[in-house]
Ligand binder design. Sequence first.
Ligand SMILES: [Zn+2]
Length: 204
Amino acid sequence: MYFTRPPWILRKLFPELIWTIPNEENKVFLTFDDGPDPEVTPWVLDMIGKYDAKATFFCLGRNVEKYPELFKRIKDEGHGVGNHSYSHLDGWRTRNREYFADIERADRLIGSPFFRPPYGRITPSQIKVLKKKYKIVMWDLLTGDFDPKASLKKCARRIEKFTKSGSVVVFHDNRIQREFFEYLLPNISVKLKARSLVNLTIGE
Ligand SMILES: [Zn+2]
């Protein structure tokens, strides 16, 4: 199960996390979690490049270690990178010491001011520590791109409907289906400008 849109109560409980990025310029923030992945990342980058869009890739440290050339390509093409931990630990089920060590291990490989908790699961005590070093980025739209049962067109239409200026949209860099993204990206880019988090100073 997943939330397509996060319940408002979460946003209210955790206002220090980034859920949307309000702006006047119709900017939308596309993010890709769990990569880099040799099957997916190259065509995602090709396609984004074609639309002159920018995105942010919340990478797993273990994948950056495995595919350093893909990680380099993401950065070389002007996209943002974020820390998504080293081994995709669940913050609700992991002791803080182990959780923080895993994130630091990823930080040595990724070196980004942005962090997104795996599964979106993070506890108040983890937030308290991590927010000193990172801007913790959640989302306002989870695409369900990884759900094999989802109808691609239907899913894409919902995303089009709910994506608005300031939206932070999550895709999965290891599972997103090409057909889905091929349909979606032009439809989003026509009305909104896809940008990465890298050029942004959040909260200032
Ligand atoms: Zn993830």
